[in-house]
Every structure is written in structure tokens, then in C-alpha cells.
Design a protein around this ligand. Structure first.
Ligand SMILES: NC(=O)c1ccc[n+]([C@@H]2O[C@H](COP(=O)([O-])OP(=O)(O)OC[C@H]3O[C@@H](n4cnc5c(N)ncnc54)[C@H](O)[C@@H]3O)[C@@H](O)[C@H]2O)c1
Ligand SMILES: O=C(O)CC[C@@H](O)C(=O)O
Length: 528
């Protein structure tokens, strides 16, 4: 039986033709994504679901998706897909990471000009017959400073275009290497420096816990008076209420937004302000970009449904059907070791070393290394996947070294990940036990034995009596239940670590109290 694909958003019809040409039955219902009840009712009939951003792939939809094998996002952000729920159901989620980058960068540049010359307001006034020549006085962009927050695919293209406009470009991106910044011709700066110097600020990061409200009331107060702000990335990067107040006070001179905290944005704190320009999430909306992403997603989905080939999956590496069962637990281990290191690394990564000891050395380690690097980069690059991770790392000047050794040590298989930055070198080792569950067995040379859990607290401290009691006491006072507690130290009175699995998230106040305990060096939340 031919696989069946449902297209539930307004994809370019080019996708329909690709599916048909490949012998796949396709149902094109471009408005269905907005009707979640109807989608839930019919999703059970399809092997593939092709979407843009209107369709929300929720656990409820996935629960009805009895034969769904793949969700294909014709675009970059997969924040409308519940990835853990899809993964848990064995549904591959693919995106098209580069197809709309140029178009989105061009939208940001268009917004910058629209702000600089008040084009929407001047247009409305002129067409209303007012001819208000003296009302509109713009600013020139030449020689002005553009501050880019997030200098990845789209940010880099914006930088390139802005340099062509003879602007000075500065960028804040903790994961931008100095070499890449030099190549791009941008000056890598800290956030406060960018806030103080930029005439125009444009945002191009994913929305993560670290980037949410990166332009908060406090950050906006540090900007140059009259700064113009552009957001064509994700709603939530800027505190909309604080921005409205900053526009009222004149601290911010103008704002151009394509994305909003709540979408569709039928109302918003920014709406109606004279210095605000809004578009309805049109960043990727050009014929060229929509054809690119539609063709690419249809090809990728067809390859998977017909041949089992996986590319640009955000939740699984590319592997064959025979390799899958042996690799799966080690892929999970590699990704979680990477994620552990990524959650602890805030600065520019220089080198990643991965050593495979024992039986694991005989497996397809490229997929494992990709999984480790994807896990490592994901806290910063939300949509990195196992296929794109090595090339993104290369582009960022991150050196990846792999070593395989046949030696069998304490474990039948051992995977060791070492991350080197300018400031430090951190190593973690893990293994997979007979139950198929990955475990962490060594952190920075200290032996431990812990599983990766959804909510953990990682503490490094000096090995002194009384720490465990005080730490557990703080958790108890905060009403936090401890599920598992792993301790390790390099020697008596030396360096010690605690890796604690808790029920629920760790509140920031609790972490601050743990951090303030005597002899504690670091207390960090981790999530797997
Ligand atoms: N408006 C639209 O229609 C539209 C279209 C395409 C993409 N997007 C969105 O644009 C955003 C950027 O896309 P991209 O393809 O350039 O992604 P990308 O992953 O290539 O780049 C993101 C950059 O943000 C940086 N970053 C991560 N955390 C950061 C932090 N805390 N502070 C500063 N920088 C940080 C990363 O290092 C990376 O360089 C995504 O959110 C994507 O969903 C929007
Ligand atoms: O599909 C769209 O129109 C928006 C796409 C964009 O937000 C993305 O992340 O690629």
C-alpha cells in the first residue's frame, strides 16, 4: 500500500507534485492546521504530516496518529511540534534548516528600512491625501551600528547585507567563534556592549530558556536612547510590555516585529503605537523560500517513507534498519552526555573529543558523534539535528576528534566526551547497562553512577563533612522530593560532586541557596 501524506498548512503546491511523482498519496488541506479537532479526527489515516507553523503537533494529535511515521516542517523552527512526544511515539520530525534563511534575513533588512524612513506611516498618510512632507524625517543607515543578537544562519546573512549597506555590525552570540566573526566582518561583543552601542538591534536566536526576554526592561534601559528594535525570530525574545513602556518614554525610538508572544496576534501590547511596525509572521513568506522548503520537505519525507533514509531529523540520527537496534541506546547515551556538557557550557567551544572504548568502538560511531555534538549544541541552537550538527560545529570552528579503542576496561563499552573551551576542559563518561539504559559513570575524573533524569541538580563542592545534610535540608525545606542521589569525590577532602534527581523543576531561589552553602563551587539545574 502506498504511504499517505497529509499537508495541513499552506505549503507551496510544489510539494504536492513531488509526493505524487514519488508515488505517495497526498491530501492537501491547507487550512486544516487551524482546526485541531478535525486534524485529530483524521490524522490516524496518514503516514506523514507536512506542516508549516499553523499546525500544532501536540501529544493529543500524536495520540491519534496511529500510523504516523514522520512530521515534516517546511521551515526552520519546530516549536509547534512536541518533539519529546513525537520521539516517544517513534515519529521522526524533520525540518529544512536553510531554505528560508535568506528570505527571513531580507525581511529583517526590510523592517530596518521601514523603521528608518517610517514607510508604513508615510504611506498611510499619503494615501489619506495628507501630503505631510514635514512630518516624516528619517535617519540614514550608512555608518550606523547594527547590533545582531544571535549570529547563526539568518544573523550572518543579515550581517552580510548590513555590511553591504556600509553599516558597522556588532554581534552578541556566545557560540560565535572569533574566527567566524572575523570571516563575517562583524565585531563579537558582550550583550551590554551591544546594548550600549547599537543604533538598531535585530534578534536572530531561537527562543530558549536563556534567550527568553533577552531584551527585558533592564536590558532596554541599557540601550542607546532612540534605539530601533527588530524581531523576526521568535516572540518572547523581547518583553513586549517593557518594550511598549520604553517606546512611550522615548528610550526606544521604534520597533518592527514579525513575531509575537501569542500568535496569531490579534491583540498585543505593541499594537497601535505610532513607532511600531508589525507583520503577521511573514519572515519566510516569499515564493522562493516557500518553494525551497516545500520541495525539500517533500523530498525528505518521501525518502524516509519509501526508503527509510533519514535527513534533517531533529530527533533521530540517520541510520539503517539493521543498525538501529544496536545503536539506539548508545545514541541516547551520546546525546545525553553532549546535553550534560552543553547545559554546563556558556562559552565558545574549541574542541570536542569523543573516545569510544570496548564494544561500542565497533558500532557506527559517526552517528554517535553526531548525536553527542547535537546534544552539546542544542541548548544554544534549538533546532540543531544529528545530521546538521557536525557541519554546524565545523562552520563554527569547533574541532571534533574521535578515537576508538578495543580495550575493555571496567565496562564492556565506555563513551567519553571531552569539551574544551578557552577557559576549561570538561570530561564526562557514560555507558549502557544490560537493561539498555544509559548511565553517567564519570564526571571530570570523579566516579559516579547515575541515570539521566528529566530534572536534576548538579553540584560541585569541596569534600567537607556536613554538605549532604545541609543540601538535603534545603531541598526538604523547599518541598522538593529527592528521587535519586549520586555522590562522588576524587579523594578525601578533595573535589566532590553530587548529581541529584528531583521530582519537578528546581526553583532558582533554591539553587541560589545551594550555591551559597559553604564549600559549594557550582549548583546547576540539568534536564534530560
Ligand atoms: N520570522 C520567520 O518567519 C522566521 C523564519 C525563519 C526562521 N525564524 C527563526 O529565526 C531564528 C534564527 O534562525 P536561524 O536559522 O538563524 O537559527 P540558527 O540556529 O542558525 O542561529 C541561532 C543563533 O543564535 C545563537 N544563540 C543561541 N543562544 C543564544 C543566546 N543566549 N544569546 C545570543 N545568541 C544565542 C546561536 O549560537 C546561533 O548562532 C529561529 O528562532 C527561527 O525559528 C523565523
Ligand atoms: O512557515 C512560516 O511561515 C514561518 C517559518 C519560520 O518561523 C521558521 O521557523 O522557519
Amino acid at each position: 500500500m502506498a504511504p499517505r501524506v497529509l499537508i495541513s498548512d499552506a505549503l507551496s503546491p510544489a510539494a504536492v507534485q513531488i509526493f505524487k511523482d514519488r508515488g505517495i498519496e497526498v491530501d492537501f488541506q491547507p487550512a486544516l492546521g487551524k482546526d485541531k479537532d478535525k486534524l485529530a479526527e483524521i490524522i490516524g489515516d496518514y503516514d506523514g504530516l507536512a506542516i508549516r507553523s499553523a499546525t500544532k503537533v501536540t501529544p493529543k494529535i500524536l495520540a491519534q496518529a496511529k500510523r504516523l511515521k514522520v512530521v515534516g516542517r517546511a521551515g526552520i523552527g519546530v516549536d509547534n511540534v512536541d518533539i519529546p512526544a513525537a520521539t516517544a511515539k517513534g515519529v521522526i520530525v524533520m525540518n529544512t534548516p536553510f531554505g528560508n534563511s535568506i528570505t527571513t534575513a531580507e525581511h529583517a533588512i526590510a523592517m530596518m528600512f521601514a523603521l528608518a524612513r517610517e514607510i508604513p506611516a508615510a504611506d498611510a498618510s499619503t494615501q489619506a491625501g495628507k501630503w505631510e512632507k514635514n512630518r516624516f524625517m528619517g535617519v540614514e543607515l550608512t555608518a550606523k551600528t547594527l547590533g545582531i543578537i544571535g549570529c547563526g544562519n539568518i544573523g550572518s546573512i543579515v550581517a552580510d547585507r548590513a555590511l553591504g549597506l556600509k553599516m558597522k555590525v556588532i554581534a552578541f552570540d556566545p557560540f560565535l567563534s572569533p574566527e567566524r566573526a572575523l570571516d563575517l566582518g562583524v565585531e563579537k561583543v558582550e550583550l551590554d556592549d551591544l546594548l550600549a552601542r547599537a543604533d538598531v538591534i535585530t534578534l536572530h536566536t531561537p527562543l530558549t530558556d536563556k534567550t527568553r526576554n533577552v531584551l527585558s526592561a533592564e536590558a532596554l534601559a541599557k540601550t542607546k536612547k532612540g534605539v530601533r528594535i527588530i524581531n523576526c525570530a521568535r516572540g518572547g525574545l523581547v518583553d513586549e510590555v517593557a518594550l511598549a513602556a520604553a517606546l512611550d518614554s522615548g528610550q526606544v525610538g521604534g520597533a518592527a516585529f514579525d513575531v509575537f508572544v501569542t500568535e496569531p496576534a490579534n491583540e498585543n501590547p505593541l499594537f497601535g503605537h505610532p513607532n511600531v511596525i508589525c507583520t503577521p509572521h511573514l519572515g519566510a513568506s516569499t515564493t522562493e523560500a516557500q518553494e525551497n522548503v516545500a520541495l525539500q520537505v517533500a523530498e525528505q519525507m518521501s525518502d524516509y517513507l519509501l526508503r527509510g533514509a533519514i535527513s534533517n531529523a531533529v530527533n533521530f540520527p540517520s541510520i539503517t534498519a539493521e543498525e538501529a537496534p544496536k545503536l539506539k541506546p548508545f545514541i541516547e547515551l551520546a546525546e545525553k552526555l553532549g546535553s550534560f556538557a552543553g547545559q554546563l557550557t556558556d562559552t565558545d567551544i574549541k574542541t570536542v573529543r569523543i573516545t569510544y572504548d570496548g564494544a561500542v568502538a565497533g558500532l557506527k560511531i559517526k552517528a554517535l558523534t553526531s548525536a553527542a555534538v547535537a546534544g552539546l549544541l542544542r541548548p544554544a541552537l534549538q533546532d540543531v539535528n544529528v545530521v546538521s550538527a557536525p557541519s554546524i560545529a565545523k562552520e563554527r570552528g569547533i574541532v571534533i576528534e574521535e578515537t576508538t579503542r578495543d580495550v575493555a576496561g571496567d565496562y564492556e563499552s565506555l563513551v567519553t566526551l571531552t569539551v574544551v573551551t578557552e577557559q576549561m576542559e570538561r570530561s564526562l563518561s557514560g555507558t549502557v547497562f544490560a537493561d539498555g539504559r544509559p548511565r553517567i559513570v564519570d564526571i571530570k575524573g570523579i566516579k559516579v553512577d547515575a541515570e539521566f533524569a528529566p530534572s536534576m541538580i548538579y553540584v560541585t563542592n569541596e569534600d567537607r563533612p556536613g554538605f549532604v545534610g545541609r543540601f538535603a535540608g534545603l531541598l526538604g525545606e523547599a518541598g522538593i522530593n529527592i528521587a535519586t542521589f549520586a555522590l562522588g569525590r576524587d579523594r578525601q577532602g578533595g573535589d566532590a560532586i553530587a548529581l541529584v534527581e528531583i521530582d519537578g523543576a528546581a526553583p532558582e531561589e533554591l539553587l541560589a541557596k545551594v550555591q551559597a552553602l559553604p564549600h559549594v563551587k557550582q549548583a546547576k539545574p540539568l534536564a534530560f
